[in-house]
Design a protein around this ligand. Structure first.
Ligand code: HEM
Length: 392
């Protein structure tokens, strides 16, 4: 094994920014699909790289707990402060009740009702980019669009979107936690008090007035859940950017989509599979179990590498080919089981609207400088995607 095939490198953000993680994952799927990684910068953990194993862990929430955090963190940071409090970081039965409080805001009907807002926000950011001729697709288009949509759902007034956008960019730069960034927390605390006095038709009001086990959520729970939703949106943003990047690298697929818009739903699934922007999910074993003959002890961390699952050659034919007509395409970019991404319908709608608006209004879109990838082990994809746009 050469050093570039050392599984220990998976926790090095440099590998995901400038290296070849797919080469390493392919090697691990074949040679060490259930790999024990001793403690280093982060505590010891098991790495899973095969699709079936990862899917099975996601679907067994009774054995694999989310309440201690779902991201690897440096040992000195301790457990995630949102543990047991936010949707992503709770187990049954609390998880189901919390999810029940939020589900109505993200279901198909709710997202259909949001389409007008998504389209208007898309036209604003695209119009600005077309006027300028060149922009950073990551920052000026995808970032602003996805933040505007989640702010709308939460009930953040339009005048505050820009400030939230700045704080969000700063807060999640380190990509090690889904929660606990003081400025965002303060902001949501203030909004929470406003909605306590005067509830409106938004998700913050629903959280403020909602109950779990007959009890109102605490202020801390409301605020952390709002912030967690903002953080989770990072994946939606990365799917938009990664999708654009994939099309820039595969212009014949963009042409194909342009010739046949009926391919768009399949193209969205392929973008999700191809980009797999959530790099890993972590679980902690609540009881002893076995995976492929390896004995997992209660308390062990188990890390699921999603981009690896979505390139598993046992599941996907020709997995390294970006093919917008791929069928079947049973990717697990949005996880599986009880914690299946609650924002999945919304993320798909944002992709559908943005790519169809681009096809309608932009004649040519070209790369306009070097692409820089994120330096993170939690999420992956282009952090900067400079493009030049020409209107139709
Ligand atoms: C509009 C954008 C999005 C929002 C608001 C959102 C929100 C969320 C939330 C709140 C959860 C926790 C669900 C639960 O625990 O019951 C979640 C889970 C998850 N989401 Fe999303 N998400 C978005 C887009 C995406 C995208 C585009 C991807 C990947 C391409 C993604 C991948 C995941 C994964 C892998 C999980 C499982 C995390 C875990 O439990 O370990 N999300 N999402």
């Amino acid at each position: 094994m050469t050093t570039t095939l050392s599984p220990a490198l998976l926790t090095d953000p440099g590998l995901h920014a400038t290296g070849d993680p797919h080469g390493l994952w392919a090697w691990m799927r074949e040679h060490t699909p259930v790999h024990w990684q001793p403690a280093g910068d982060v505590p010891a953990f098991w790495s899973l790289t095969r699709y079936e194993d990862i899917r099975a862990v996601y679907r067994d929430a009774a054995t694999f707990s989310s309440a201690h955090g779902v991201l690897l963190r440096r040992a000195e940071l301790g457990d995630d402060p949102g543990g047991g409090l936010t949707l992503a970081l709770t187990d049954a039965p609390r998880h189901k009740q919390l999810r029940g409080l939020m589900a109505d805001w993200f279901n198909t009907r709710a997202v259909r009702g949001l389409e007008g807002h998504i389209r208007a926000a898309t036209r604003t950011v695209l119009g600005r980019a077309l006027d300028q001729g060149a922009c950073d697709f990551a920052h000026d288009i995808a970032g602003r669009l996805s933040l505007s949509v989640i702010c709308h759902i939460l009930g953040v007034p339009a005048r505050d979107h820009e400030a939230l956008y700045q704080w969000t960019n700063e807060a999640f730069e380190a990509h090690t936690s889904l929660v606990a960034h003081p400025r965002l927390l303060e902001y949501f605390e203030e909004l929470l008090f406003q909605r306590m006095e005067q509830p409106t038709d938004d998700l913050v009001s629903a959280l403020v007035n909602g109950t779990v086990d007959g009890q109102l959520l605490t202020e801390e729970e409301v605020v952390l859940n709002c912030e967690n939703l903002i953080g989770a949106t990072e994946n939606g943003r990365l799917a938009l950017i990664g999708g654009m990047h994939a099309f820039l690298e595969h212009p014949q697929q963009w042409q194909r989509l342009s010739d046949d818009r009926g391919l768009l739903p399949g193209a969205i699934e392929e973008i999700l599979r191809w980009t797999s922007s959530a790099t890993h999910s972590m679980r902690v074993a609540a009881r002893p179990c076995e995976i492929r003959g390896e004995r997992i002890t209660a308390g062990d961390r188990v890390v699921l590498w999603l981009p690896s699952a979505n390139r598993d050659e046992d599941v996907f034919a020709d997995p390294y080919r970006f093919d917008i007509a791929r069928s079947p395409n049973r990717h697990i970019a949005l996880a599986a089981g009880e914690h299946f991404c609650i924002g999945s319908t919304l993320a798909r709608a944002e992709m559908r609207v943005l790519f169809s608006e681009l096809l309608d209004t932009v004649r040519r879109i070209e790369l306009d400088g070097p692409v820089r990838r994120l330096h993170s082990i939690a999420v992956n994809g282009p952090e900067r995607l400079p493009v030049r746009l020409t209107a139709t």
